[in-house]
Design a protein around this ligand. Structure first.
Ligand SMILES: *[C@@H]1O[C@H](CO)[C@@H](O)[C@H](O)[C@H]1NC(C)=O
Ligand SMILES: *[C@@H]1O[C@H](CO)[C@@H](O)[C@H](O)[C@H]1NC(C)=O
Ligand SMILES: *[C@@H]1O[C@H](CO)[C@@H](O)[C@H](O)[C@H]1NC(C)=O
Ligand SMILES: *[C@@H]1O[C@H](CO)[C@@H](O)[C@H](O)[C@H]1NC(C)=O
Length: 408
């Protein structure tokens, strides 16, 4: 299981924020309450001793199961996007609890979210968390009371004092939306089904292993696939949690149970022809390209000027050829100087450099280099003429840019 952690990394809010995908309004992420919990301890279900502070360690429901729906009949949500079903806290042994606290069966989730300033979360839910019969309120109320109220880290006693009634349910809806957005943005990291380049079709069928192998290849982890009859109808991605659901980190893991699809002849019926996210709330409008289209060699161009030389430095001179090995979600790079790695936050390629693992994120028509989930890189100055600048990961130095991989 922990190999998945290494390959996929973790999804954190800071990784989301540092992503340079344009047009995304992250403001609502900051309206959240804070748990005060650390994320440096073990992930849920990975503790070796008894955890006592269950406000900061999710138990017993430490396997978080995110289900995405592919509704075609009738079709719900935006054309050709998967939609949210929920985020359920299964126990580490695949059993689960439901309906954990009827005193917190909140109704009128719309009002609750609006009253607590989570309008952006609500708008997103109205588009991507939709009931097949149009009963969104009932659907959200059900997801909260059946599953949400079971999270140990969302007990009212875990909240900062003075939190309004229902603040933990608001935090639940925000967490579910944040994780789903992460799946949409970081296709290569968390990936929804289309990340694997498997496209909807009325005639083609796929074997279960074709689908799961491709998804594993694209994301590093295996989801569970459910079918209605012979058609793919939902996909379940599994996570462990570090810290609190309020503001912790999701660690993607392999599915802990099999879905309902048979082993062969699975249909993936189309909604419409292309993948498009609508922009209602300052949200992302872009065609999403399948990840996994990492070239074997290419040059790396900075968004502002120039690009990378063979030592991993930034310059406006003739760019070096980089060789990539692995898939877009996890690869290593070499140049004529040697392996490329990050040490002390600094990128370098050379004979004594130990390789680091990178990923590539599709953003509009670019394939952006990412390190530890972030596509931001920075330097102290912009190079010109024959100068070369050190490249640092993240945006801590004064000139920030992204790095676009161009196939050669
Ligand atoms: C992990 O912590 C939970 C919650 O306290 C506990 O139930 C479980 O037994 C612990 N696991 C181990 C291996 O100690
Ligand atoms: C939620 O409450 C508002 C007023 O506070 C009301 O107008 C609305 O009809 C309620 N919605 C539902 C589904 O009960
Ligand atoms: C896995 O990814 C590699 C590199 O992107 C690709 O060559 C290979 O065909 C993929 N395998 C599957 C099963 O999708
Ligand atoms: C899922 O099914 C496969 C093949 O039938 C089996 O080998 C595997 O153990 C199952 N996995 C789980 C988690 O049940």
């Amino acid at each position: 299981m922990f190999s998945a952690l290494v390959i996929l990394g973790v999804i954190t809010r800071s990784a989301l924020v540092s992503s340079s995908v344009s047009g995304v309004d992250y403001n609502d992420l900051f309206k959240q309450i804070s748990s005060g919990c650390s994320t440096s301890g073990p992930a849920s279900c990975h503790n070796t001793t008894q955890e006592t502070d269950l406000c900061c360690f999710e138990a017993p429901g430490g396997v978080l199961l995110q289900t995405q729906l592919w509704d075609t009949d009738p079709s719900t949500g935006p054309s050709n996007s998967w939609t949210i079903h929920g985020l359920w806290p299964d126990h580490c042994d695949s059993t689960f609890s439901e309906n954990c606290d009827s005193t917190r069966d909140y109704t009128n989730i719309t009002d609750l979210l609006q009253d607590q300033g989570a309008d952006d979360t609500l708008s997103f839910m109205q588009e991507y968390w939709v009931d097949i019969n149009g009963q969104n309120e009932q659907f959200w109320e059900h997801e909260w009371s059946t599953h949400g109220a079971c999270y140990s880290t969302l007990k009212p006693s875990c909240l900062p004092s003075g939190s309004p009634k229902g603040a933990e349910a608001v935090a639940f809806f925000q967490a579910v939306v944040t994780l789903f957005k992460a799946c949409l943005i970081h296709m290569a990291l968390c990936a929804c089904a289309y990340a694997a380049g498997i496209t909807p079709s009325t005639s083609k069928t796929y074997s279960l292993s074709t689908l799961t192998d491709a998804l594993k290849n694209a994301t590093g982890v295996t989801p569970a696939l459910n079918c209605a009859g012979s058609s793919l109808s939902s996909i379940q991605w599994y996570f462990n949690l570090k810290g609190s659901l309020i503001d912790g980190e999701f660690v993607a893991i392999d599915a802990t149970s099999n879905g309902s699809c048979k082993s062969s002849s699975i249909k993936y019926p189309p909604e419409v022809g292309r993948i498009l996210f609508h922009d209602h709330v300052g949200w992302l409008m872009t065609d999403v390209q399948p990840a996994g289209s990492l070239p074997s060699a290419g040059t790396i161009h900075a968004s502002t000027a120039g690009g990378l030389l063979s030592a991993g430095t930034w310059s406006t001179q003739t760019l070096a050829t980089y060789h990539f090995s692995g898939s877009a979600s996890s690869f290593t790079m070499t140049t004529s100087k040697g392996s490329c790695g990050v040490s002390d936050g600094k990128l370098a390629c050379g004979s004594g450099v130990s390789s680091s693992t990178f990923s590539a994120v599709v953003s509009e028509s670019n394939l952006l280099l990412a390190y530890a989930g972030s596509t931001d890189f920075s330097s102290d100055d912009t190079p010109s003429g024959s100068t070369q600048e050190m490249v640092y990961t993240g945006s801590s130095h004064s000139k920030t840019f992204t790095l676009n991989i161009i196939s050669s």
